[in-house]
Design a protein around this ligand. Structure first.
Ligand SMILES: Cc1cc2nc3c(=O)[nH]c(=O)nc-3n(C[C@H](O)[C@H](O)[C@H](O)COP(=O)(O)O)c2cc1C
Length: 171
């Protein structure tokens, strides 16, 4: 089965997870979502693949724009969805967003599975956040959330992601 990982990543977390999966799978290619969507992309044709593994990240409560455009365009494929987010991957909020992404998948696709992985929030993004919401600097709950995310994705996350994808593929 030929697999294509299509990954969107602004600060590197999702790409890190995608690369870990890529390195462990046979018959697998990887492309950035924006490249696949761009008109000058001629090398990759999704028709050549049986499985699309789409990696995205959470951007202000919704998935990144490239993935939001790409995921509903996939037709007649087995699909695995994974995302990274700064918040708690097991939270109700994360589930609601994943359900929304699943809902956006074309009905011709066969969803093999989906999962979230936690990802640190980049320093420049934190600075930008504080320029709009300076009160957050002194918000204990917010600081604890940032601290919890700051070491992810770690080795365990990468192992978990690879293990899950392998299991979903039956490999
Ligand atoms: C502009 C921006 C907005 C974000 N919004 C959220 C959010 O609403 N909820 C959340 O849990 N994490 C949020 N994050 C954190 C990212 O989802 C997290 O750092 C993710 O791992 C980034 O993936 P990347 O490193 O592949 O770009 C945001 C990050 C950025 C850069």
């Amino acid at each position: 089965m030929k697999k294509l990982i299509v990954v969107s990543s602004r600060t590197g977390n999702t790409l890190k997870v995608a690369n870990a999966i890529y390195e462990e799978l046979s018959e697998c290619d990887l492309v950035k979502t924006e490249k696949l969507l761009s008109l000058d992309n001629s090398k990759i044709n999704t028709d050549d693949y049986d499985v699309i593994i789409a990696g995205f990240w959470l951007d202000a409560g919704h998935i990144d724009d490239f993935s939001e455009q790409f995921i509903p365009s996939v037709k007649n494929k087995k699909v695995i969805l994974f995302g990274t987010l700064g918040g708690d991957p097991k939270s109700d909020g994360a589930k609601v967003i994943m359900d929304r992404i699943i809902e956006s998948l074309d009905k011709s696709c066969n969803l093999l599975g989906h999962f979230w992985i936690q990802g640190k929030i980049a320093l420049d993004v934190i600075e930008l956040m504080y320029s709009h919401q300076p009160d957050l600097k002194d918000n204990k709950e917010h600081q604890e959330r940032l601290k919890r995310a700051s070491s992810h994705p770690d080795e365990n996350d990468l192992k978990k992601a690879v293990g899950l994808v392998r299991k979903l593929l039956g490999e």
